[in-house]
Design a protein. Structure first.
Length: 221
């Protein structure tokens, strides 16, 4: 009787052990399958700079494990068409929705571009004064002021001086991002600069007295 009981208990324990082992193997298989589940997201095909409008040539689709997908990842180009980056992205980095803004929102953000302690002030410029409209947002310029001081023997005497140096351009016309191949060129007649309060007053005063010319700095260092 005792041997039968021991045999019965051994069979029961064997069944329990088999069940637990089978359940453990199934759990491992499910985790392995879950880890290998792939999903497609959009990543940068090149370095993309802040304030650039994204084009199809700048991005590509990439399969990555589903568990590794960052929050707010973009899964198709249609989700971000005609949108602009609010931060730099390096090649291979996922495109994230919170780093994008619609182009229609661009003109609402000029106040957000101004650094603390600075002001935005606009001056009128023609083609010559604006380096043939080649100045772009985020360029650095110097400001030259010239005025007629007197006329002697029908000859005008002009005084010219450099009044401001290394000034950041916030916008040209109403455009606050650098032009791209996708954006048609639009001629402008004003430039908005970022200046301290005193320098802003100085610039306005100079523009009322005479002519303002902008000198463009090189971006190559």
């Amino acid at each position: 009787m005792k041997s039968k009981l021991i045999l019965f208990l051994a069979i029961i324990m064997g069944l329990i052990t088999t069940f637990l082992f089978y359940n453990y193997v199934e759990t491992l298989n499910k985790e392995k399958l879950s880890n290998h589940k792939m999903a497609t997201i959009l990543v940068a095909q090149q370095n993309i700079h802040k304030n650039q409008k994204i084009s199809k040539q700048m991005v590509t689709l990439k399969d990555i494990p589903q568990k590794s997908i960052p929050p707010q990842s973009v899964k198709s180009f249609s989700e971000i068409e005609n949108q602009i980056l609010t931060a730099d992205i390096v090649k291979g980095e996922p495109i994230l929705k919170h780093r994008l803004q619609k182009q229609s929102e661009e003109t609402l953000l000029v106040a957000k571009k101004i650094r603390k302690g600075y002001r935005a002030v606009s001056v009128g410029v023609n083609m010559v004064q604006s380096v043939t409209n080649l100045i772009e947002p985020e360029d650095i310029v110097d400001v030259v002021f010239s005025e007629e001081i007197k006329e002697i023997n029908k000859q005008k005497l002009i005084r010219t001086e450099l009044i401001l140096q290394q000034v950041r351009v916030l916008s040209v016309g109403r455009r606050m991002i650098e032009s791209t191949k996708e954006d048609p060129y639009v001629e402008y007649s004003s430039v908005t600069l970022e200046l301290t309060q005193n320098d802003a007053v100085k610039l306005v005063n100079a523009s009322e007295r005479g002519n303002i010319h902008l000198i463009l700095h090189s971006k190559i260092h």
